[in-house]
Each structure stands twice: as C-alpha cells, then as structure tokens.
Design a protein around this ligand. Structure first.
Ligand SMILES: C[S@@+](CC[C@H](N)C(=O)[O-])C[C@H]1O[C@@H](n2cnc3c(N)ncnc32)[C@H](O)[C@@H]1O
Length: 308
C-alpha cells in the first residue's frame, strides 16, 4: 500500500462544488463530505503556486484496478493522470499493466511522494510525475487519460479531450461524468462509478462512394451529423432517400447499414470501416434482393464536404 498525505487548500469554486456534490444521492453526499473535509485545511502547509481545483481524495486500490481494466490498459499504452495525488494510478498502470506514462500534481508534497512511490515500486523509469497545473499540461500523447476531478473541471477539459486527443484514446473518470457526452461504458459498484469514453473521430460532413448493385454502380452519399460519438444523417442512392440504421462510431471505427429498394431490388448494405482524415476504408456486406446470398466487398468513401 502506498503512503498517503492529507488534503490541502483548494479554490472557492472547487470548495463550493465539493459541497454541492452532496446532492442528489447518498453516494454523492459521502463523496461531498470527504471532499469538503479535505477542504477544511484553510492554508497549505507548504508552498503551492495556486489553489487546488480539486481536493485530494485518493482512488481506492480496487477502483484503480477496475479503471485500468475498463480502459484495457496494456504495455503499448501511454497513460496520463490529471491530478495524480500520490501517483497510484500511473504507478499501478506501469507495474501491473506494463504501461508508461506520467501524472501531474499541483501539490508539492504529494508530487514528491509520487516520485518516491514510483521509486519504491521499481517503476520510476516508466511512471513519471511533474508538479504542474493540469490545465497547462499537454495531453496529446495519451492513449489513456485518467481523471478523478470534479464535474466542472471535467467540463472545462472536455473540448481539449475532444480536440487534442487522438481518436480512439480511452478516457476514464472516477465518479464524475462529462454532462451530455454520454460514456461508451459505465460501471457502478456501491457508491463508486467509473465512466469510459472513447474519443470519437470527427466525421461530420458529406461522404460519397460508388457501390455495385446488380449491373449498376449507383452513387451513394451520406450527410453525417455528429454529436460526440452519436452519428446520424440522411443517406441517398442516386439522389433517392434510403434508410440509415445502426450507425455507430467508436474512435475511428465507423459502421452503419443502408436499406431500401433499388431498381426493384430490396437492398441491405452493412458498412464497416476506419476513418482516416477525409477517407473511410473498410468493407461492405451486401444483400441485393431478398433471397440473395450476402457478399462482401472492399469499401471506400471520401468526404466531399467538411462541416466547419
Ligand atoms: C481527487 S484527487 C485524485 C488523485 C489521484 N488521481 C487518484 O485518483 O488517487 C485530485 C488531485 O488533483 C490535484 N489537483 C487539484 N487541482 C489541480 C490542478 N489544477 N493541477 C494539478 N493537480 C491538481 C489535487 O491536489 C489532488 O491530489
């Protein structure tokens, strides 16, 4: 078990929010009480450049393990923990899951402790810590981002998470969500919640491709609209409207089904591919006609117009 240090002073917003998280349920009440308790120490006992945005409440060892498993952390991952406390998330990711990464912590005492803990656990070469403001931290390198912050802090970070992290990056948050950005997965145990998001590729815009249907090769278009990982939009074949079903986006992986009647044939095309910039490359499983045997073919679409 890693050594712990008590919480220190935090800014007025964070203190108010810590108290507000007492509602609406018992779990939040306890968490709020813990966070408010951490806030009771009025002055830091050591130099700290600015007040904390989040009080210190460590994530329990079992929850750390579950967060890392949920994000499927492995030796190829680069993990960043924002507000890293005593370093337990980065250290466990390195020691138990073979990952590399760093944590940033504003509080000097906890930052030094995390360095000592990494040394003690024999992973100082792969688990690094900086005394730094999380808002001044470059997160672009992360393949996994972990956070045990507060709702408003998560929301401040949300645009950066969506714009600076590569599509497919896993983001795990202990206890707090990101408002209308629904998680891709969520796990509750007792009072503890873990949220997982997969950073979605930006796919909004008009896409076009040609696909053989019987003797013809009609033009397909789809006007994709995007709200985080939720995608929808009208699909057309030779300018005629068709149905879009089961549209999904997970990181760079996109999938959807087009159904309708074309030239007297009932068609069902199941597309699955990977988005890379202005192109999607993948496969389509086609059924052209009710009794037709499905066939699979390569598929490639290009973005003809990007939404600003
Ligand atoms: C709730 S604790 C989580 C600690 C650790 N991630 C864990 O899960 O055990 C939040 C941590 O963020 C740190 N913190 C608060 N505001 C910060 C800021 N602006 N930049 C960096 N760290 C900050 C606090 O000192 C505290 O250690």
């Amino acid at each position: 078990m890693m050594q712990r240090v008590p919480g220190r002073a935090m800014n007025a917003d964070a203190r108010r929010e810590a108290l507000l998280v007492r509602v609406p349920n018992a779990r939040r009440h306890l968490l709020g009480a813990l966070f408010a308790g951490a806030a009771c120490t009025v002055r830091p006992a050591f130099a700290q450049d600015r007040p904390l945005d989040v009080p210190y409440v460590p994530t329990g060892d079992e929850t750390v393990d579950r967060m890392l498993r949920m994000a499927n952390v492995g030796p190829k991952d680069y993990l960043i923990d924002l507000g890293s406390g005593d370093g337990r998330i980065v250290i466990t990711a390195a020691k138990q899951f073979g990952a590399t990464g760093f944590g940033v912590e504003l509080n000097g005492e906890r930052w030094k402790l995390s360095l000592r803990n990494a040394e003690k656990e024999g992973v100082a070469d792969r688990a690094t810590f900086y005394q730094r403001d999380l808002f001044d931290t470059d997160i672009a390198k992360a393949t996994v981002l972990t956070m045990y912050l507060l709702p408003t802090v998560n929301l401040k970070l949300r645009p950066r998470i969506l714009n600076e992290l590569r599509p497919g990056t896993r983001v795990v948050s202990h206890d707090f969500d990101m408002a209308e950005w629904q998680p891709d997965a969520r796990a509750d145990r007792g009072w503890t919640r873990i949220y997982l998001w997969i950073v979605p590729a930006k796919v909004e815009g008009n896409w076009a491709w040609k696909q053989t249907v019987g003797p013809a090769a009609p033009a397909f278009t789809i006007e994709l609209r995007q709200q985080f990982q939720v995608i929808s939009g009208p699909v057309r074949i030779d300018n005629e409207p068709y149905w879009l079903q089961d549209a999904r986006l997970r990181g760079e992986e996109i999938a959807f089904t087009v159904i309708g009647d074309a030239g007297g044939l009932r068609i069902r095309h199941e597309y699955a591919g990977r988005v890379a910039g202005e192109r999607i490359t993948g496969t389509v499983r086609m059924m052209n006609g009710d009794n037709a045997t499905p066939s699979t073919a390569p598929w490639s679409a290009v973005r003809t117009q990007k939404k600003p």
